[in-house]
Write a protein that binds this ligand. Structure first.
Ligand code: AMP
Ligand code: ZN
Ligand code: ZN
Length: 424
């Protein structure tokens, strides 16, 4: 983290800590809310790595109640089922191949020598599509994020090709915070509730909230481990604090609670070795693990193609133009020339495991049941309904409905899965 970000993060942590210990001078929220009938706000909540079936494990009283009283069903992530590509899909309605965040790590020929990672906030990488807060703010709907990948980036300000949309100086939500893992779930909830305590004129109408602990713990212990279920229960408690806080404020809310992907069990007994198939000096590897994204070095294209293309035990490699159509992946210039996908639960690594491990991972085939993600929508806009599996590109059109923006032509999803559950 750069020192400026560290200072911003420390300032935010201090600010949020102040929110946790209630300010003495603030008027009692009940008194403030008694005078006003509030219009519903929309809150998009992401629980990173919350697999769809965690809801059936008996550790989520709050989420299960919200699901029973609202709309719920398994949600298919977009490919690849990684964090940044899917968070960007949820707020743009486009698949990764179209919005340009094609991995947590990537390269672009237009920026030789640079690598995008999860801490890259240069708008160049994010400019492929406007996120929902850009359109909302343009329509006069105030937005706030605590946190969301890309929400700290001044998007649109340096678009190389500003034909379709352009925002002078770049757009962020009016209220945003630099991502900081050290800000606790409780502090995140209290920070968001404090935004809703503001006078109506400066109160956000579309908010996001993000929890990462389930993802961390399930990477370390695996998807069905008791540690993971403890983390799931802890996040359920934070959602309970959110629901209770909203009730105290008299603030109706349409909650859209999602995950970016599920989680598959991995093990040191299921690791394939990339360099048993191809010579290390013949390839430039951008990412490896759940998948390997790589480019042959100049002059080695044929040798690498012969060595890798096709099926191998526990993984398969394609030229980017030949990736199966159901993945909707491979036309973006940022997708590496050769893409090798491990069988769900396997890893394709560059080094043998240093010690035995059992853990979890994601990024696999987005149709694999283990990759299915949580979806719950609950609030005054929704009737209770269980819905069939749907694609996460459909969440963005739903969010537009909820905040009163017209459907956006040309996106990859529609609100069709939710139409019969929406009270218009
Ligand atoms: P992964 O499991 O590798 O796909 O990445 C998930 C991790 O991304 C989470 O555990 C977070 O720590 C991290 N992360 C989430 N949001 C952000 C953000 N806005 N900026 C930087 N890192 C983030
Ligand atoms: Zn994730
Ligand atoms: Zn993860």
């Amino acid at each position: 983290m750069r020192w400026t970000s560290k200072i911003a993060a420390a300032a935010l942590a201090a600010l949020l800590q102040a929110c946790v210990t209630a300010p003495v001078s603030a008027p009692p929220p009940a008194a403030a809310s008694a005078a006003e009938t509030r219009a519903p706000v929309t809150i998009l909540v992401s629980i990173d790595g919350f697999r769809a079936d965690y809801l059936d494990r008996g550790v989520t009283p709050v989420l299960s109640r919200l699901a029973a009283g609202g709309v719920t069903g398994p949600m298919r992530p977009s490919f690849p089922s990684k964090t940044f590509p899917n968070h960007w899909t949820l707020v743009t309605g486009l698949r990764p191949d179209r919005h340009g965040i094609v991995g947590n790590k990537m390269e672009d020929a237009a920026r030789p020598g640079e690598t995008f990672t999860m801490s890259t906030d240069d708008p160049f990488w994010w400019n492929g599509a406007p996120p929902i807060w850009t359109d909302a703010e343009a329509a006069g709907i105030r937005t706030a994020t605590l946190f969301w990948p890309g929400s700290n980036v001044a998007i649109g300000g340096t678009r190389p090709d500003p034909k379709e949309w352009e925002v002078e100086g770049g757009a962020r939500p009016q209220d945003w915070a630099q991502f900081n893992q050290a800000v606790s779930g409780e502090q995140r909830v209290n920070g968001l509730l404090d935004w809703l305590r503001r006078p109506a004129a400066i109160r956000p109408k579309l908010l996001t909230l993000y929890f990462d602990t389930v993802d961390h713990v399930s990477h370390d212990y695996g998807p069905v481990d008791p540690h993971t279920l403890d983390a799931v229960a802890q996040v359920d408690g934070w959602i309970g604090q959110l629901v209770a806080g909203l009730a105290d404020l008299g603030q109706p809310a349409n909650l859209v609670i999602v995950a970016d992907h599920g989680m598959a069990a991995t093990s040191s007994a299921r690791v394939a070795q990339l360099y048993e198939y191809v010579a290390k000096e013949d390839v430039h590897v951008i990412e490896s693990g759940v998948y390997a994204a790589l480019a042959p070095v100049a002059g080695k294209e044929d040798a690498v193609g012969k060595a890798l293309l096709g099926k191998h035990p526990h993984f398969e490699c394609w030229r980017k133009s030949e990736i199966p159509a159901r993945f909707h992946f491979g036309s973006n210039p940022r997708v590496a020339p050769i893409f090798c996908l491990a069988e769900t639960g396997w890893l394709l690594n560059e080094k043998p495991p240093a010690k035995p491990f059992a853990g979890g991972n994601h990024g696999y085939d987005n149709f694999a049941p283990d990759m299915a993600a949580l979806f719950i929508a609950n609030g005054p806009a929704f009737r209770a309904q269980r819905i069939a599996a749907f694609d996460n590109v459909d969440v963005y059109p739903l969010l537009r409905d909820l905040i009163g923006l017209p459907a956006k032509p040309g996106v990859d999803g529609t609100d069709a899965p939710f139409r019969s559950a929406l009270r218009r």
